[in-house]
Design a protein around this ligand. Structure first.
Ligand SMILES: Cc1cc2nc3c(=O)[nH]c(=O)nc-3n(C[C@H](O)[C@H](O)[C@H](O)COP(=O)(O)OP(=O)(O)OC[C@H]3O[C@@H](n4cnc5c(N)ncnc54)[C@H](O)[C@@H]3O)c2cc1C
Length: 474
């Protein structure tokens, strides 16, 4: 990280690339560019790097303010971790966390992971299970017609699968509303399965063979991982490898007559400027829109339409003996139809070793999202009491928690709602119209940490090639 910074960068294009935003998207992009031999610097408004990734230690526990884990879906993730020098820090999720619970009838029920368990599970009625046999016969949606995930799942799998499988996962990943999230934008692999094979079941079988050839892993079978020091170990390692200026809020972006860029930023009240041949905006959509407005007004209108519902997280520690439930799993998701206060709860100390001292357990609880934004914005005491009531009812908590910590994300996760791909097409057009300007953040190409890493890799690769190409070939 850069502590002291040059007061004023007067030489045009002193840098090859200036990255604005030091979340995983910006850091991984900058890291990729630096590895390609380019002069790069990152500006970030916050006091520390990582964006929504942040690990905190308290009373012998280690909890996450943002993502608790990532899924190992592409070899690019392992390559980045290796190159950042923290492969030995990597921590796979425990075997036991392959079990995931979904709340039904007021109790957590394990999600079936084998055909036999599926036939036996009380999560779905016999009729809903039989209906699944018809899935390959359901007609595919005409190509080019956008559909919300709720409609898609009702059409292909039936209402119960929406209520007890897909809706809770949509809440768990996006904190989103399945009636609004677009299948091609938010679930591109599901969309591709239907378009290509005409059936999710047939596609899942044939697609698995193809992924094996490409050495990729489907999200439903990929292993979760973190690091011994928590998820922040990744962003800290990247921030050590590239120059990052913290506390530097980009205020405006302009293009100079030679095609390079000037970014004006504020640091401790001091106005400063950086020049670069290219700029990557790795910030939330509203900030990217504000900065890019003078250069790409139409695209920025599209970016402003991307919504971010609030999510509040409560980290909770209990004495092990005070919770009846065995907590043998990843955690539970609570479907909307069950009317619970929480979207879901992770059994964090079951997922990863070293998250709580002997004799204690650590839970991470999520409230709010599209389903219940008002609760995410309620006072700390109300949220903590509602979460505690769920622990009593669903997990058999028999004594008060040792402690709770509330973390608020007023704008948590970008929603890939209907029309999203049209918005992103405008962003891609802006990149063509303003060579050297790129947008790389979780509102484009996937919200997961893994998706951000894959998108950062693609951005570094294409921008690196563009910067190295002779001007006449661009
Ligand atoms: C509560 C929560 C839980 C999650 N859980 C998971 C999970 O378990 N697994 C998973 O894979 N994903 C999870 N995600 C999603 C994933 O963590 C995020 O999508 C991803 O980390 C976002 O990275 P980013 O770099 O795109 O954006 P951010 O992390 O939002 O980073 C943007 C950065 O831009 C900076 N910035 C903003 N404006 C300016 C400006 N004007 N000038 C300079 N800097 C600026 C900010 O300070 C910030 O550092 C979760 C997200 C949240 C919020």
């Amino acid at each position: 990280m850069t502590n002291g910074i040059a007061p004023m960068d007067t030489s045009p294009a002193a840098l090859d690339v200036l990255v604005v935003g030091a979340g995983i998207s910006g850091l991984a992009t900058a890291f990729g560019l630096a590895r390609r031999g380019l002069r790069v610097e990152v500006l970030d408004a916050a006091a520390k790097p990582g964006g929504v990734i942040g690990t905190v230690r308290r009373d012998g526990c280690l909890y996450e303010r943002g993502p608790n884990s990532a899924l190992d879906t592409t070899p690019l993730i392992g390559e980045l971790i290796e190159a950042a020098g923290i492969a030995s820090e990597r921590l796979p999720a425990s075997e036991i966390s392959n079990t995931r619970f979904v709340v039904k009838g007021g109790r957590p029920v394990p999600l079936p992971m084998s055909p036999g368990a599926f036939l036996a599970t009380p999560l779905f009625s016999p009729l809903a299970k039989a209906r699944l046999a018809l899935e390959p016969l359901v007609r595919r949606q005409p190509a080019g017609e956008e559909e919300a995930i709720a409609h898609f799942v009702r059409r292909r799998l039936g209402r119960e699968f929406l209520d007890y499988a897909i809706e809770p996962f949509v809440a768990g990943i996006y904190a989103g509303d399945p009636d609004r999230l677009s299948v091609p934008a938010a679930f591109p692999k599901l969309h591709a399965l239907e378009q290509r094979y005409g059936s999710l079941i047939v596609g899942a079988i044939l697609g698995a063979r193809e992924r094996k050839k490409r050495a990729e892993t489907a999200k439903n079978t990929a292993r979760s991982f973190s690091f011994r020091g928590g998820m922040q170990a990744l962003t800290d390692a990247l921030a050590r490898a590239v120059p990052v200026v913290q506390g530097a809020r980009a205020m405006s972006l302009s293009r100079l007559p030679d095609g390079s860029f000037a970014v004006a930023f504020d640091r401790e009240g001091a106005p400063l400027t950086r020049h670069a041949r290219a700029v990557v905006l790795a910030v939330p959509a509203d900030e990217a829109a504000r900065l890019a407005y003078p250069l790409a007004p139409e695209a920025t209108r599209a970016m402003q339409e991307i919504q971010y519902p609030p999510v509040t997280i409560v980290a909770t520690a209990y004495r092990r003996d005070d919770v009846d439930h065995g907590l043998g799993g990843f955690g539970f998701l609570a479907p909307r139809v069950e009317g619970r206060a929480v979207l879901g709860t992770l059994f964090s100390s079951s997922m990863f070793e070293g998250r709580a001292p002997e004799g204690q357990v650590l839970l991470t609880n999520f409230v709010g999202g599209r389903r219940n934004p008002a609760l995410a914005e309620a006072g700390d005491d109300e949220i903590v009491e509602k979460v505690a009531a769920e622990h009593r009812a669903l997990l058999g908590a028999r004594a008060p928690a040792l402690w709770n910590v509330v973390t608020r994300w007023p704008r948590a996760i970008p929603q890939y709602e209907m029309g999203h791909l049209g918005r992103i097409a405008k962003v891609a057009e802006a990149e063509k119209a303003v060579p050297g300007l790129r947008f790389c953040a979780n509102w484009r190409g996937g919200v997961s940490v893994g998706d951000c890493i894959a998108n950062a890799h693609a951005t570094a690769e294409s921008l690196g090639a563009w910067l190295r190409a002779p001007v006449t070939a661009r």
